[in-house]
Design a protein. Structure first.
Length: 203
């Protein structure tokens, strides 16, 4: 685990798809974002630092971003899992790579749908930005002068739009929307961009 800011940690998995899993921290409360692989390391950090896990946020529902969700659900029963309000079609789908296939040991996930007005208790300074394109369920998270972008943008490119529930026109609109958000919030300081894969960077 590596600290990016005082309130954000990153676990970078280099063994498979270079996924990034994040921990957002406010006082002793925390949220895990995109539990992909090797979440045992993430949970170890939570426990060793006496953090109180309040929820999981999924930037979108592709398997490589939700793969270890069940491990957290096994350990923390009924923990809230926050997904975009645009996710409902994907959640009904039978595609094996999607979230519905990750129900484990007959446990139903405690799923909460969020939009751009939604707030999480204890994290009032966290904002959701719905950014469909890579998938209908794609969204970004603004927290602690940082934007977690999932698979919307990376240091060297943007997310693919050739999957089921991808949409190239929506992707264009979401990129414009995110750029506007950055310009409105950047002011005199740079903003950390924290993608779901690969290197983090500043704008």
């Amino acid at each position: 685990m590596k600290k990016i800011t005082n309130n954000i940690c990153i676990y970078q998995d280099v063994s498979y798809m270079n996924n990034n899993t994040f921990i957002l921290i406010n006082n002793n409360d925390c949220i895990i974002v995109d539990p992909s692989w090797n979440t045992n390391e993430v949970l170890k950090y939570v426990n060793e630092n006496n953090l109180d896990l309040k929820g999981i946020i999924l930037t979108h529902l592709h398997y490589d971003h939700v793969g270890d969700t069940y491990k957290i659900v096994d350990k923390y029963n009924s923990i809230p899992i926050y997904v975009s309000s645009n996710s409902k079609n994907e959640l009904k789908d039978g595609n094996e790579q999607l979230f519905t296939k990750l129900i484990h040991n007959n446990k139903e996930f405690n799923t909460s749908f969020v939009d751009e007005k939604s707030k999480i208790k204890g994290f009032n300074n966290l904002e959701f930005i719905l950014t469909p394109g890579h998938s209908e369920s794609s969204m970004c998270i603004y927290f602690d002068n940082s934007i977690l972008t999932g698979d919307l943008i990376f240091k060297d490119g943007i997310g693919r739009t050739d999957f089921q529930y991808s949409n190239q026109e929506d992707m264009k609109k979401s990129l414009i929307k995110l750029n506007k958000f950055i310009l409105e919030n950047k002011k005199n300081n740079s903003i950390n961009i924290l993608p779901g894969h690969g290197d983090i960077f500043k704008v």
